[in-house]
Design a protein around this ligand. Structure first.
Ligand code: SAH
Length: 461
């Protein structure tokens, strides 16, 4: 194979990023936008030793799983990788991904894997599994003619794909973003230019409470103040539901979206939302699951797996604003939550009070430091259940080690990355735990990521 060579192939599989995998004379090619089952014509664009990348030129015979994407920029935008695939097939893709990680990385037997079918999102004919996201982070920049644009990054790059309306998010986003864009044009406020590290407005974060309709807007700026901010806040506060307008200061040369300082320009420093019967305060820096409908199902599963009777001591590691902790506290004797972001722990404490929950205590810090220190200082105290919900990189080894030492009867592992999940489960199952239940949940329709909740149990229980 060589660069620019034309080829024809049938896509046999898809990789984790949702790219089609085809073979030409035994050589593997990854082709973006090609779906399993497509017969395609393409051009080789990159060659490596054992595989290469192809560009899709023409679909000769479409896959039976193909559907018309709703969004005009579904292909260039990095947000949706699977929009051209039927939702049923997307769910299968995600189940396969979890299964394959557990078998390949975790070393579990495929035939005896205790895995349930994925919990997909319910939808209607008129309204597919779209518009589910309660949060968007929109980069601002300049278009070809120097006009101010906003949108999403293209896959794997930082060029902004102009997006007027994203079908994963709320239609209100557009009104908010247009208000900000027009204000910026009018008052000559510059968007941030990543290469030159110049310009003011980097990102706009919008979050909407699904059950309350409360809206939070946070402008991430490369500076210490937003000129004419009172004009903007006045305009934004006219939007129904607007509850919190703030700026976040981020003057660093970094890919990380949020900086450390937040200043409230109007309204409250948080919005409020509900999950099940509980009420939660969420500030801009705090993590909050993006798909509220599916979150409820995920947490119910976590609660079911924890199997609480009211007598247990439970740890909720990586607890964010205490969402899972407070769910669990209603059925446990005592819950401890640990989270690295101070603003989230502040929310967690407020949330316990807001819901009149007295048996939940929260600690700021790294789970891999707080839990070992606690265990060292309180060797006589046991944990019955430990829940972990780490970011994509999974749990730190020091944490896994302490968890094994504390030897709770049950560990409930909530994961947004089944590869690191499989790695960590392998470690825990080699020190006395047994894989009991695996439940994938589709939190991200149209995207390639998948959430999974797992129950492992101590072998002697
Ligand atoms: N369980 C929560 C949050 C899960 S997201 C929920 O469902 O809402 C993962 C959380 O882990 C984030 O809030 C992140 O800030 C936090 N985090 C990341 N690294 C951490 C670490 N080393 N120790 C503790 N918390 C961490």
């Amino acid at each position: 194979m060589e660069k620019n060579q034309l080829f024809e192939t049938v896509i046999e599989d898809m990789n984790e990023e949702g790219e089609g995998i085809g073979r030409v004379n035994g050589y593997t090619l990854f082709v973006k936008d090609a779906l399993i089952g497509d017969k395609i014509r393409g051009k080789v664009i990159k060659i490596k030793k054992s595989y290469g990348y192809g560009k899709l030129l023409q679909i000769l015979e479409p896959s039976p799983f193909r559907t018309e994407p709703l969004c005009p920029v579904a292909s260039p935008c990095g947000g949706c990788q699977l929009q051209a695939m039927s939702y049923e097939r997307q769910l299968q893709f995600k189940e396969n991904k979890v299964r394959s990680h557990l078998v390949r990385i975790g070393g579990f037997e495929k035939e005896t894997l205790p895995m349930k079918p994925i919990i997909g999102m319910e939808y209607t004919e008129e309204r597919g599994p779209f518009r589910y996201r309660n949060k968007g982070q929109f980069p601002f920049g300049r278009g070809r003619d120097g006009q101010i644009i906003y949108g999403f990054y293209a896959g794997r790059t930082h060029s902004i794909i102009q997006t007027e309306d994203c079908f994963l998010g709320s239609p209100v986003n557009r009104r908010v973003l247009e208000t900000i864009r027009l204000f910026m044009e009018e008052y000559r406020i510059s968007p941030y230019d990543e290469t030159a590290h110049q310009g003011l407005v980097r990102h706009v974060l919008i979050r909407i409470g699904y059950h309350t309709g409360q809206i939070m807007v946070c402008l991430v700026i490369n500076g210490s103040q937003l000129p004419y901010s009172s004009v903007l806040t006045e305009r934004l506060m006219e939007i129904k539901g607007m509850t919190s307008v703030s700026i976040n200061l981020n003057c660093r040369k970094t890919n990380v979206i949020l900086g450390e300082r937040i200043e409230v320009l109007a309204g409250l420093p948080y919005i409020t939302d509900k999950i099940g019967s509980l009420t939660y305060r969420i500030s801009p820096q705090s993590f909050y699951q993006v798909n509220p409908v599916q979150t409820e199902k995920l947490y119910e599963k976590a609660l079911e797996f924890a199997g609480l009777t009211g007598q247990e001591t439970v740890w909720d590691l990586y607890c964010g604003i205490g969402t899972i902790s407070l769910f669990l506290a209603q059925r446990a004797r005592q819950v401890y939550g640990v989270e690295i972001v101070p603003a989230a722990i502040k929310n967690a404490k407020e949330n316990a009070a807001l819901n009149q929950i007295q048996n939940a205590e929260f600690f700021v810090g790294k789970a891999e430091e707080v839990l070992p220190a606690w265990h060292r200082d309180h060797p006589e105290e046991t944990a019955d259940v430990i829940v972990v919900d780490p970011p994509r990189k999974g749990c730190d080894e020091a944490l896994l080690h302490t968890m094994a030492q504390m030897a709770p009867k049950k560990i409930v592992y909530v994961s947004c990355n089944s590869a690191t999940l499989a790695r960590d489960l392998k470690a825990l199952c080699s020190v006395g735990y047994c894989l009991e239940q695996v439940q994938p949940v589709d939190m991200f329709p149209m995207g390639v990521h998948v959430e999974t909740v797992v129950l492992i149990q101590r072998k002697d229980t």
